[in-house]
Design a protein around this ligand. Structure first.
Ligand code: DSN
Length: 431
C-alpha cells in the first residue's frame, strides 16, 4: 500500500522530502546513539485524529468537555508506564525530554538553588545545569565529571562535591557516557545531604527494561525520560516519581501537595497547555511494545552489539574513551590523531555511517571540532543486526579512519556496500 497518498497529492514538496529522508535512513547506518526506529503502529497513532482534541488538565479533571475518550487514552498510557517501570506515579504530558526535565527541576527547586549535574561538555545534558539553558540560568550548576584519566564517574568524588556544595537536587543522567550508573550510591549521597535525586534515563530506558542496566526507580525521587530514542516511541517525554515527598517537612513544610501532585501541577498549568493526545496514544503503543520479550531481547542485543563493535574497533587499533562500553554507546577517542572528531564524523557520513562528533574525557580540542565520535547501536539492533554485522561496521569505520581527509573516492564504495547490507534487513516503521 502506498504511504501518505493524501499528502502526495496535496503537498508533493513535503511528501518528496519525507520520502527522501526515509530512503536516506533505509540505506545508511543510523548510529546516532539517541536515535532508533518507531514502529508503524507508533507512527499511525502519532498521525491519528487525536491530534484535533484539546484536553487541558488530567484524566477526570479537564477544562474542556468531550474528553471521556481521551481520558481513557491518557489513563492507558499512564497504566502501561507504571507497569513497565514499576513506579508509583507517571506524568505522560511533557512534550519532550527537556520540558520533562524542566518540570522535574521546578517541582523540587526554587530559583537560585544549586543543582548538581554533569556539564554538557563532559557527557551530561543541557538541562542538567548548563549555562545557556534554563537550568543554568534559573539554577546554579554544581558540576561533577567523569575522571579525565579513566573516563568513569568516581562516586567518592561525587560524594565529596555534594557534601561541600550541598545542592538541593542531583541529576544522575548522561548522554555520552558508555558505562552504567550506580543509582544506589547516588541515593546514599542524596540522603546524606537532603537532596532530591533525579535520574534522566532518556538514553538507557530500554536497557533498564531489559534488565541490563541498574534500575533507578527504587532509588530516585523522580525519573525522567524521552519516549523516542531507544524506547522507539513518539517524540515526547514522561516523568516517573514517588507519590510522597520524603523531603516535604524540610523544603515544603506548608504545602498540602505531595511530590506527584507538585510534578503534575508543574507540567500543567505550570509549563504547558493542552497535552498532545495523539502523541500520548503513541506512547501507550510504545509502552505496550516495550513490555514484551522481543523488546527485552532488543535491549539485551543493543549491549551485545555495542560490546562486540567496541572489541572489533579496538582490534583495529581504534581507541575508546573509558576503555569500552557496557551500555548502548561508544566514544571513539581520536585525541592522538591529526584529524578531529568532526573530520571523522563528516567522513563517516559521506560513507553512510551517521553519527556525531563529541568531546571525550581529557579532550584538548574545542567542542566545535572535538577529538571524539559518539556511536550507538539501538537503531541497527532495531533492524535486526547482530554481532556479524558489527564486524562489518567496524571494518567500514576503519576504512574511513584510514582515509579521513581523502574520503571522497572511497566513500561511494562504502556507501553502496552499506546500502546493500541495509537492504537485507527489516526496518521498523519503514518496511
Ligand atoms: N539530543 C540527545 C542526544 O543526542 O543525546 C539528548 O537529548
Amino acid at each position: 500500500m502506498e504511504r501518505y497518498p493524501h499528502l502526495k497529492e496535496s503537498d508533493p514538496d513535503v511528501y518528496a522530502l519525507i520520502q527522501k529522508q526515509t530512503d536516506y535512513e533505509a540505506t545508511t547506518l543510523k548510529m546516532i546513539a539517541s536515535e532508533s526506529f518507531a514502529s508503524f503502529s507508533v507512527l499511525e497513532a502519532c498521525g491519528s485524529t487525536l491530534t484535533n482534541k484539546y484536553a487541558e488538565g488530567y484524566p477526570g479533571a479537564r477544562y474542556y468537555e468531550g474528553n471521556e475518550i481521551v481520558d481513557d487514552v491518557e489513563s492507558l498510557a499512564i497504566a502501561r508506564a507504571r507497569k513497565l517501570f514499576g513506579c508509583e506515579h507517571v506524568n505522560v504530558q511533557p512534550c519532550s525530554g527537556s520540558p520533562a526535565n524542566q518540570a522535574a527541576s521546578r517541582a523540587v527547586m526554587n530559583h537560585g538553588d544549586k543543582v548538581m549535574g554533569i556539564p554538557v561538555t563532559d557527557g551530561g545534558h543541557l538541562t542538567h545545569g548548563w549555562k545557556v539553558n534554563f537550568s543554568g540560568k534559573d539554577y546554579v550548576q554544581v558540576p561533577y565529571t567523569p575522571d579525565p584519566q579513566t573516563g568513569r564517574i568516581d562516586m567518592d568524588q561525587v560524594r565529596e562535591i555534594a557534601k561541600k556544595e550541598r545542592p538541593r537536587m542531583i541529576w544522575a543522567g548522561t548522554t555520552a557516557y558508555p558505562h552504567q550508573l550506580d543509582y544506589k550510591a547516588f541515593a546514599e549521597i542524596a540522603r546524606e545531604i537532603d537532596a532530591y535525586l533525579v535520574a534522566d534515563i532518556a538514553h538507557i530506558n530500554g536497557l533498564i527494561i531489559a534488565g541490563v542496566h541498574p534500575d533507578p526507580v527504587p532509588y530516585c525521587d523522580i525519573v525522567t525520560s524521552t519516549a523516542h530514542k531507544m524506547l522507539r516511541g513518539p517524540r515526547a517525554g514522561f516523568i516517573l516519581s514517588k507519590i510522597e515527598d520524603r523531603l516535604r517537612p524540610k523544603y515544603y513544610p506548608e504545602s498540602k501537595l505531595n511530590l506527584a501532585q507538585r510534578i503534575d501541577r508543574t507540567v500543567f498549568p505550570g509549563l504547558q497547555g493542552g497535552p498532545h493526545l495523539s502523541i500520548i496514544a503513541a506512547m501507550a503503543v510504545a509502552f505496550k511494545e516495550a513490555d514484551t520479550e522481543s523488546f527485552r531481547d532488543y535491549g539485551r542485543q543493543i549491549v551485545k552489539n555495542a560490546k562486540h563493535l567496541a572489541a572489533a574497533l579496538q582490534n583495529r587499533g581504534i581507541e575508546l574513551a573509558g576503555g569500552g562500553t557496557d551500555t548502548h554507546l561508544l566514544l571513539l577517542d581520536f585525541r592522538k590523531e591529526e584529524f578531529t572528531g568532526k573530520d571523522m564524523s563528516q567522513a563517516l557520513a559521506k560513507a553512510g555511517i551517521i553519527a556525531n562528533f563529541n568531546l571525550v574525557p581529557g579532550d584538548h580540542r574545542s567542542p566545535f571540532v572535538t577529538s571524539g565520535v559518539r556511536l550507538g547501536t539501538p537503531a541497527l539492533t532495531s533492524m535486526g543486526m547482530k554481532e556479524p554485522e558489527m564486524e562489518k561496521v567496524a571494518a567500514w569505520i576503519d576504512r574511513v579512519r584510514n582515509k579521513v581527509n581523502r574520503i571522497d573516492e572511497e566513500a561511494p564504495k562504502i556507501r553502496a556496500e552499506i546500502a546493500e547490507l541495509c537492504g537485507q534487513f527489516t526496518i521498523p516503521g519503514i518496511r
